[in-house]
Design a protein around this ligand. Structure first.
Ligand code: ADP
Ligand code: MG
Length: 333
């Protein structure tokens, strides 16, 4: 019984009953807290008995035995089935409003997002954040090679066009670009007219880019599912692509109880015109991305561009992660 919605741990705390043991089925419940605004149907079965309840939100709920409406004490204490493992299913039956929740999300900087990507085994270029031009030069030394990219860390896209992403071929250039960016405000088409202050730059090894693709994950509230959005027209303003050539963007939504399926990974890979080797790398990448999305309670993961290098590798060259504000309490880091 594969169940969806909130993690087994949280499901059990929702039930708030120590008698309920986490049986193997419950332990397999996966986490989809991003549906936290939804109304849940909570189904619980112990052996043959079955209870149903609707909880208006994840914190308060009514639950009762289908027969006696009481749960869990009378049923549990008197039940010979108390040794049986519990199967717990919590699924959304009503989608929340089709807009973002009131609790603001927490936006990660590119270098923080990439650190998380790396933890999940998603390939990113090597990079080191720096708060001063000298630290940027040290970072370049440590990274080695002869091509670096200095990237202003602000919570806005469009840095490339606004001078916030600079390719450096010498360490002097690294110093110069870091100096130009740090302590200034960067105005991009997403930052607002006042711009955003730059206090950290990310010094990254330069990649040999063959193709730039677009990939993101978000909650598609129309269908109450997590969706991948992809386009072979990456690297540029995706809003513009959506407005002018919407046929170049495609979406694959993930059934929460089934999770990401291989055929869906292939669908995305075909859409991105990847070859066989790249397809394998891409398949591994999106599985990890899906896992990250769920486990870290993300509301958005965006990789623009996801690149294919001249060597044929699939690498996340840019990274944007927003964490769902409703779930911050359980994301201590
Ligand atoms: P933004 O989306 O804010 O403009 P990106 O990180 O997407 O910033 O960078 C903009 C462009 O700069 C990318 O589309 C890519 O062409 C180039 N770029 C970024 N990082 C690297 C890198 N490590 N190596 C080579 N080129 C890069
Ligand atoms: Mg980008």
């Amino acid at each position: 019984n594969r169940a969806v919605a909130i993690s087994a741990r949280n499901a059990l705390s929702v039930l708030n009953t120590r008698q309920v043991r986490s049986g193997s089925s419950a332990a397999r419940c996966s986490n989809a807290s991003r549906l936290s605004r939804s109304v849940w149907r909570l189904e619980m079965s112990i052996g043959a008995r079955f209870t149903k309840a609707v909880c208006p939100n994840a914190a308060t709920y009514q639950v009762g035995c289908a027969d006696c409406r009481r749960w869990p004490n009378s049923m549990w204490r008197n039940s010979p089935l108390r040794q049986v493992s519990v199967c717990l299913k919590i699924r959304p039956i009503l989608c929340g409003p089709p807009h973002a929740t009131k609790e603001s999300s927490m936006n990660l900087h590119e270098y923080q997002s990439k650190r998380l990507f790396a933890e999940y085994g998603i390939t990113v270029p090597k990079g080191i954040p720096a708060k001063s031009p000298n630290a940027a030069v040290d970072a370049a030394k440590e990274l080695g090679g002869d091509l670096w990219v200095v990237k202003a860390q602000v919570h806005a896209g469009g840095r490339g066009k606004a001078g916030g992403v600079k390719l450096a071929r010498t360490r002097d250039e690294v110093h110069q670009y870091a100096e130009e960016m740090l302590g200034r405000k960067l105005v991009t088409h997403q930052s607002g007219p006042d711009g955003l202050p730059v206090s950290v730059v990310y010094v990254e090894s330069g990649s040999d880019i063959d193709r730039e693709l677009y990939l993101s994950m978000l909650v598609d509230r129309e269908v109450s599912r997590v969706a991948f959005i992809a386009s072979a027209a990456g690297g540029m303003d995706i809003e513009q692509v959506a407005a002018e050539t919407p046929e170049k963007i495609f979406t694959v939504s993930i059934a929460p109880d089934a999770g990401l399926q291989d055929y869906q990974a292939r669908q995305l890979a075909f859409g991105l015109q990847l070859d066989k080797t790249q397809m394998r790398q891409f398949g591994a990448l999106i599985k990890r991305m899906y896992q990250l999305y769920v486990e870290c309670d993300a509301s958005l993961v965006e990789v623009n561009p996801l690149i294919v290098t001249k060597g044929g590798d699939v690498v996340a060259l840019d990274a944007k992660i927003n964490i769902d504000g409703n779930a911050l309490y359980r994301q201590p880091r």
